[in-house]
Design a protein around this ligand. Structure first.
Ligand SMILES: NC(=O)c1ccc[n+]([C@@H]2O[C@H](COP(=O)([O-])OP(=O)(O)OC[C@H]3O[C@@H](n4cnc5c(N)ncnc54)[C@H](OP(=O)(O)O)[C@@H]3O)[C@@H](O)[C@H]2O)c1
Length: 279
C-alpha cells in the first residue's frame, strides 16, 4: 500500500462516528495537516480538529471556499454526516469530486446504488459500517466496495481502517448481518456488563471494584479468544469443572434462554436495518 502520509483525506461530518474514523485514519498514517475536517460550523470543526489532531477546512481554505476546495483537493472523502443530510449535501460535494478520489460512506441505510446516484455515478465508492470501539483502536468494520471500485481503491479503504479495526470485506447484502453481529453488538456487551456489575454490587463490592472485576474479565476473555484463536466452546470447557460453580452458572444461563435471546437480539438489529434500507 502506498505511503498514506502523502494522502489528503477530508472527513465531512466528524461527529461521533466520523470523528472516531478520523482518529483511525490518523493512526493509519495520514498526517495532521492532510486530514481535513468539515463540520456544520467553523467552531465545531475547529473543536473536532483540535481534539482529533487534524486540520480544519475553515482554517486551511478560509470561510468561503471550504467544502468545494476541500473536496477538490482530496484523495479520499469520508461521509460522516447523518443519512438524512445526503440529499442536501451530495449536490454540494459531487461537482468537486475528482475522478480518482475514493468516497468512503459511513451512512447507515444509504445503499451503494443510492450513493452512486447521489454522486453522479462516481466509481470509486466504498461503504463502511464501523462500530464505536474503533474510537479506541479496537473496532470492527464491514467494508462494502462498489462494483466499480478497483483493487487498489479497496486496498486503500482497508488500509485506512486496519490499524484501528478488524476489517471484514463483505457483499453489500450482508450489511444487516454485520449490524447485528458487530455494528450494534458493542451495546449488547455494555448491557451484559451493566447487569453483571449490578449483581457484583449486590454481592457487596463497591461499584468501582465491581466494574474492575467485570470489565477486566470481559477484556481478558475477548483477548484470550482473539490471541489464541481458541473456539469459545473449548475456552468455556476449560473453566467448567464437573458440578462446579461455573457449570451451575452456565446451566442457569441456558435455562434462562441466553442463546435464543442473543439470537433474537441480533435478528432484531438485522431486521430493523433491512427495514431502514427499504424506506
Ligand atoms: N454512531 C454509530 O454507532 C454509527 C455506526 C455506523 C454508522 N454511523 C453513521 O455515521 C454517521 C454519523 O452518525 P453520528 O452518530 O456520528 O452522528 P453525529 O455525531 O451527529 O455526527 C454528525 C456530523 O455531521 C456533521 N454535519 C451536520 N450537518 C453538516 C453539514 N451541513 N456540513 C458538514 N457537516 C455536517 C455534524 O457537524 P456538527 O458537529 O457541527 O453538528 C457532525 O459532525 C451517520 O450517517 C450514521 O448512519 C453511525
Amino acid at each position: 500500500m502506498a505511503n498514506l502520509t502523502d494522502l489528503t483525506v477530508t472527513v465531512i461530518g466528524a461527529g461521533n462516528m466520523g470523528g472516531a474514523v478520523a482518529r483511525a485514519i490518523r493512526k493509519a498514517g495520514v498526517s495532521e495537516r492532510r486530514l481535513v475536517l468539515f463540520n456544520s460550523s467553523e467552531e465545531s470543526t475547529s473543536r473536532a480538529a483540535r481534539e482529533i489532531g487534524a486540520a480544519s477546512a475553515f482554517e486551511l481554505f478560509g470561510s468561503d471556499a471550504t467544502l468545494a476546495t476541500a473536496v477538490a483537493e482530496s484523495h479520499v472523502i469520508v461521509l460522516g454526516f447523518k443519512p438524512y443530510h445526503l440529499e442536501a449535501m451530495a449536490p454540494k460535494i459531487a461537482p468537486h469530486v475528482q475522478e480518482g478520489t475514493l468516497i468512503v460512506s459511513l451512512l447507515a441505510g444509504a445503499s451503494l446504488d443510492t450513493l452512486s446516484d447521489a454522486f453522479d455515478g462516481h466509481k470509486a465508492l466504498v461503504r463502511a459500517m464501523p462500530n464505536t470501539p474503533i474510537a479506541v483502536g479496537q473496532g470492527v468494520v464491514g467494508l462494502m466496495p462498489g462494483e466499480h471500485a478497483s483493487e487498489s481503491e479497496r486496498e486503500l479503504a482497508r488500509a485506512l481502517f486496519e490499524k484501528s479495526a478488524t476489517v471484514v470485506e463483505i457483499p453489500e447484502h450482508q450489511v444487516h448481518g454485520v449490524i447485528g453481529a458487530a455494528g450494534s453488538a458493542s451495546a449488547y456487551f455494555f448491557l451484559i456488563a451493566e447487569a453483571m456489575i449490578d449483581e457484583a454490587v449486590a454481592e457487596g463490592f463497591t461499584r468501582a471494584v465491581a466494574t474492575d472485576l467485570v470489565v477486566g474479565t470481559m477484556l481478558g476473555s475477548a483477548t484470550l479468544l482473539h490471541e489464541t484463536g481458541e473456539a469459545p466452546t473449548s475456552a468455556r470447557y476449560a473453566v467448567t469443572s464437573p458440578g462446579g460453580a461455573t457449570a451451575q452458572a452456565i446451566a442457569a444461563l441456558e435455562e434462562g434462554g441466553i442463546r435464543a435471546l442473543m439470537a433474537r437480539g441480533m435478528r432484531a438489529a438485522a431486521d430493523t436495518s433491512r427495514k431502514m434500507e427499504e424506506r
